[in-house]
Design a protein around this ligand. Structure first.
Ligand code: OAD
Length: 253
């Protein structure tokens, strides 16, 4: 009988985690929502009222790089002005409470790293770096004033954000590592993602097929919900700290 009320769900998940050798977590935009970062889908999402094809494709960048940079610089400024939320802090603490953890994120905001998570697989890149469209240069956008015409310090050509755009392939190393982690975990946590974007969405399904317990934490329903062994309808910044606290109690000698 699956746990349904929030206290028994906290207990259930803490128990599963306490018996796990390797935990895999996939996070999405909802994980950062409580920090004040906009999600993508939904009525107030980044993609509502804006066609992603106008700002998040190689074609859009070729057509109007300044416009695309304005969008990404606004996002970078937004994430620079927010802080990791209790969910990020709980995820970082979880690292010391389980034997092994693989943290995979679709987020480009680096809030997991700022909260203290040590190794984070960034499936969709990050907002903080840019790479040259003509030469191998990759660099940090830095803390200084941001131009909407960032050019390569080595060859003078346009830099582009180190994020994955629609129609582009994901970083192969990140995908390979993420798939390996999903295949070896005992518990797969899918948190704050609409589970609509491949291949991130497939990893929970693959983990399920390999026998992992699949847990979703999301106030809304997603295509993954029906497959989850435990579907928690809650905000991650509220629910995850309770689970990690309970797990810490279970770990006490
Ligand atoms: P979405 O915006 O599609 O979905 C966010 C999910 O988070 C929704 O299911 C919400 O119900 C849920 N949510 C909202 N607040 C939450 C909270 N406090 N706690 C837990 N969950 C919450 O974001 P993603 O699934 O991350 O890709 O989107 C996937 C990809 O689509 C993004 O990485 C981006 C986008 O197009 C690229 O740009 C390549």
């Amino acid at each position: 009988m699956p746990a349904t009320d929030s206290t028994s769900q906290v207990e259930q998940l803490a128990q599963w985690l306490s018996k796990s050798q390797f935990v895999c977590a996939m996070t999405g935009a909802g994980f950062s929502a409580e920090s004040g970062v906009e999600t993508f889908r939904g009525p107030k999402g980044l993609w509502s009222g804006r066609n992603p094809m106008d700002v998040a494709t190689p074609e859009a960048f070729a057509r109007d790089p300044r416009d695309v940079w304005r969008f990404y610089i606004a996002r970078l400024r937004q994430v620079a002005g927010v802080r990791p939320n209790p969910g990020h802090l709980a995820m970082a603490r979880l690292e010391s409470l389980v034997p092994g953890i693989g943290l995979i994120t679709q987020n480009v905001d680096r809030l997991h790293q700022r909260a203290g998570s040590k190794e984070v697989i960034e499936l969709h890149g990050n907002l903080h770096e840019a790479r040259c469209t003509a030469c191998p240069y990759v660099g940090d956008l830095g803390d200084g004033p941001l131009s909407d015409e960032p050019k390569c310090p080595q060859c003078g050509q346009w830099l582009r954000p180190c994020v994955v755009w629609f129609g582009e392939t994901l970083p192969p190393d990140a995908v390979q590592k993420a798939k390996q982690m999903a295949a070896q975990c005992d518990v797969f946590l899918s948190i704050g993602t609409s589970s609509q974007v491949y291949p991130a969405s497939q990893m929970a399904i693959d983990a399920h097929a390999k026998g992992a317990r699949v847990v979703e934490i999301n106030p809304g329903w997603t295509p993954l919900t029906a497959h989850a062994h435990l579907a928690v309808r809650a905000k991650s910044g509220q629910f995850l700290p309770r689970v990690v606290e309970r797990l810490a109690q279970l770990r006490e000698p």
